[in-house]
Design a protein around this ligand. Structure first.
Ligand SMILES: Cc1cc2nc3c(=O)[nH]c(=O)nc-3n(C[C@H](O)[C@H](O)[C@H](O)COP(=O)(O)O)c2cc1C
Ligand SMILES: O=C(O)C(=O)c1ccccc1
Length: 387
């Protein structure tokens, strides 16, 4: 079993030869470093959120309202962080949440491939966004045998939707993660004040431009008239889904359908009834709706309502401790968003790998110290509301 906490020894031992880590090991310093390095329009898009970003701040602050109680005299010298999901074992409960601009986070504009390399290096699955600079098939080639998931922004055109899903299934992705909360973009003052929206600048649309069903909708290929292709994309993006669409979504694929953006327990119950393969509790990192509760505070009720259906979680995870808390509150798998995008921006695949290794090391060492040798032990211990 890999000992993720050994990363700590590696760092201290390197220190004996005068070598300190190239990137910081904590989120605050990482974010500050990334903010100084990233082009302003990419930074605004990644770092920003909806409205005055109250919900975004709450997402991470709310982890502080939960506390965990250690157990002693338990042998936790060896920890098993592995989980079961969609009938398969994954070495850790961590995954990379879909980020639609990973492509432009690295200087070479191939950030999706860098994220895939970080996934291969760490075993942390990548949930690839619909919005990428490299087509999903190219990313799948970089992933090789490393399993990944495909996040779907359901197009208004049913043929394009079917084509994207079928391409993802054929390329070997293990689940279709359907994002429900982003058929329209939330009010984002940082991007509005700079009048900048990456997709409208022609970034990250490769899955559409390479799609035969999308290309059929255009009078000229995107290579000949990119501006018209971008206009066509704006018309196509953002199908409003209702529960009545679930049979149709399910009919497109044999893969499990994961519903992303579920925050209310009643919606979780409806998702179970509608045959969702997993429920993904998330408020999109506070980017879509402001004024909402912190996602982590909503997780316990969603988990209860989901019964035996696995619940994935993201929004506000900034440390290995946050990962463990989300597991303690019932998440099967925990997604991290902005932190790995900062890693990509600072040092490509190596940077994202570093960020993931830090999260895993901190989570693993916390489990060691607290006497929790497995995820089941974490879940049994739970977390308590402290304020
Ligand atoms: C720059 C950026 C782009 C994102 N793009 C997508 C996307 O394409 N699809 C999606 O489902 N979620 C997207 N998200 C939301 C993430 O999947 C995730 O819900 C969120 O980042 C989690 O919050 P965190 O960043 O606080 O960890 C994006 C988030 C960020 C920061
Ligand atoms: O920026 C986002 O969070 C995002 O996922 C998105 C993608 C396309 C359009 C609007 C928002």
């Amino acid at each position: 079993m890999p000992h993720y906490g050994d990363f700590q020894n590696e760092i201290y031992l390197a220190g004996l030869s005068g070598v300190v880590p190239k990137l910081p090991t904590d989120f605050a310093t990482l974010e500050a470093r990334a903010a100084a390095a990233m082009p302003p329009h990419v930074l605004n898009y990644v770092q920003g959120g909806c409205g005055d970003e109250l919900t975004q701040r709450r997402n991470s602050e709310a982890f502080g309202h939960w506390g965990m109680v250690p157990r002693m005299m338990v042998d936790s010298t060896s920890r098993d962080l592995s989980i079961e999901l969609f009938g398969q074992r994954y070495p850790t409960p961590l995954f990379m949440a879909p980020i639609g601009v990973t492509g432009i986070c690295t200087q070479d504009q191939h950030g999706d491939l860098a994220a895939a390399r970080a996934s291969v290096a760490t075993g942390v699955p990548l949930c690839l966004s619909t919005l990428t600079n490299d087509p999903l098939e190219t990313v799948a080639q970089t992933l090789g045998d490393q399993p990944g998931f495909f996040q779907l922004y359901t197009p208004r055109d049913a043929d394009v939707a079917a084509s994207l899903v079928q391409r993802a299934e054929k390329a070997g992705y293990r689940a279709i993660v359907v994002t429900l909360d982003t058929w329209v973009t939330g009010w984002r003052p940082r991007d509005l004040n700079t009048a900048s929206f990456p997709q409208l600048r022609g970034h990250v649309l490769s899955n559409y431009f390479s799609d035969p069903a999308f290309r059929k909708l255009l009078p000229q290929p995107p290579e000949v008239d990119p501006a018209a292709a971008i206009r066509a994309w704006t018309k196509l993006f953002g199908r409003v889904l209702t529960w009545a669409d679930m049979p149709w979504l399910k009919s497109l694929t044999k893969l499990p359908i994961v519903l992303k953006g579920i925050c209310h327990p009643d919606d979780a119950r409806r998702a179970v009834d509608a045959g969702a393969g997993a429920i993904y509790c998330s408020n999109h990192g506070g980017r879509q709706a402001n004024g909402g509760m912190a996602a982590i505070d909503l997780l316990p009720e969603v988990v209860k309502a989901a019964g035996s259906v696995p619940v994935l979680f993201d929004s506000g995870v900034r440390s290995g401790t946050d990962v463990v808390k989300a597991l303690a509150l019932g998440a099967r798998a925990v997604g991290v968003g902005r932190p790995y995008a900062y890693g990509l921006a600072l040092d490509g695949a190596a940077g994202a790998t570093h960020v993931l290794r830090c999260l895993l090391a901190e989570a693993d060492l916390l489990m060691a110290v607290n006497g929790w040798p497995s995820i089941a032990a974490v879940r049994e211990a739970g977390a308590l509301r402290v304020s």
